[in-house]
Design a protein around this ligand. Structure first.
Ligand SMILES: NC(=O)c1ccc[n+]([C@@H]2O[C@H](COP(=O)([O-])OP(=O)(O)OC[C@H]3O[C@@H](n4cnc5c(N)ncnc54)[C@H](OP(=O)(O)O)[C@@H]3O)[C@@H](O)[C@H]2O)c1
Length: 276
């Protein structure tokens, strides 16, 4: 099997290269390969003749997307359209990595794979529009929604919490944003299992369980030897940012579990991150 990975220098792309089993893995990332170039990226992917393209490349700075919506839609939506068109041209299956942010967080239960997206932020709208392109341009696709991704070497909530604790000696974290963290190597393993099934469709892969950003931060501090750092519980109304995240947006792994693909509890995954 030949696999192309877009965004292979990012958090998920880096571990996908280590975890996926294939005869050949080719990475496509900036500055050599720009998914927004509608001619060259389509030609490049088509010429590789991959069996599967795992599309992780995206503008992932959620507040940055709010400030520069044209760029967000160019990268996240039209970039994904370009990758889907390339897959259509060369007959590759596509794994499109998406987000729990496509939901508005207004239900009082976790979201199933078949729930209807209702994105609120620019990032979320750009990712939901990408899902639409993938669904309409391809027959053989996996849309894999995830949430709160972190991995070693990445700039993420885990590293930000530790840096803020070290800098300020005390931190404030929101209690009303609820989902589940996802350890990038666990997501990469799940994607590796999924592409072997050829069971195309929509999947929700996060680590197991549900928590608030506050719960997650407390566990990060505990496992990193910073349990004595005080954490003030606040609400999102007290935390100014450009983009409004969905508040209660855990996503349930129903479809993947039917295929035997499950991810361990988020606390165990966080322990594995710190164990190295
Ligand atoms: N991070 C999260 O919490 C989270 C949550 C839910 C879903 N997701 C989704 O999961 C996927 C992977 O996320 P991640 O955290 O691994 O992202 P990441 O670390 O930000 O990596 C994304 C990669 O894509 C590259 N990229 C950006 N624009 C590009 C372009 N025009 N052409 C080619 N490559 C480009 C980036 O390069 P530069 O660094 O040079 O820009 C980076 O190497 C994304 O689709 C994201 O939307 C992430």
């Amino acid at each position: 099997m030949r696999i192309a990975i877009t965004g292979h220098k990012g958090q998920l792309g880096t571990v996908l290269q280590q975890v996926l089993v294939a005869e050949e893995i080719v990475g496509l990332d900036l500055p050599e390969h720009d998914i927004t170039d509608p001619v060259s990226i389509v030609e490049t992917v088509t010429a590789l003749e991959p069996d599967v393209v795992v599309h992780t490349a995206a503008m992932t700075n959620v507040d940055g997307c709010e400030q520069n919506p044209d760029l967000a839609f160019r990268v996240n939506t039209l970039g994904s359209q370009n990758i889907a068109l390339a897959c259509s041209r060369c007959g590759a299956a596509m794994v499109h990595v998406s987000t729990n942010d496509v939901f508005d967080g207004r239900l009082d239960r976790p979201y199933y794979e078949w729930d209807t997206p209702s994105p609120r932020s620019t990032y979320a709208r750009s990712k939901a529009a990408a899902e639409f392109y993938v669904r309409t341009l391809l027959n053989r696709f996996y849309i894999v929604r995830t949430a709160w991704l972190y991995g070693r070497g990445g700039d993420n909530f885990v590293t930000k919490i530790m840096a803020a604790a070290d800098k300020h000696g005390a931190i404030r974290v929101v209690t009303d944003e609820v989902s589940a963290p996802t350890y990038a190597p666990d997501l990469a393993e799940a994607i590796g299992q999924l592409i072997k099934t050829r069971h195309y469709g929509i999947y929700h892969f996060t680590n197991g369980g549900i928590c608030s950003r506050f719960d997650w931060a407390k566990k990060i501090l505990e496992l990193s030897g910073r349990a004595d750092v005080p954490v003030e519980a606040i609400t999102t109304a007290e935390w100014t940012r450009s983009a409004a995240p969905p508040l209660y947006a855990p996503i349930l792994n129903f479809a993947g579990a039917e295929l035997g693909i499950t991810l361990r509890p988020w606390q165990d995954a966080l322990q594995a991150y710190f164990d190295g």
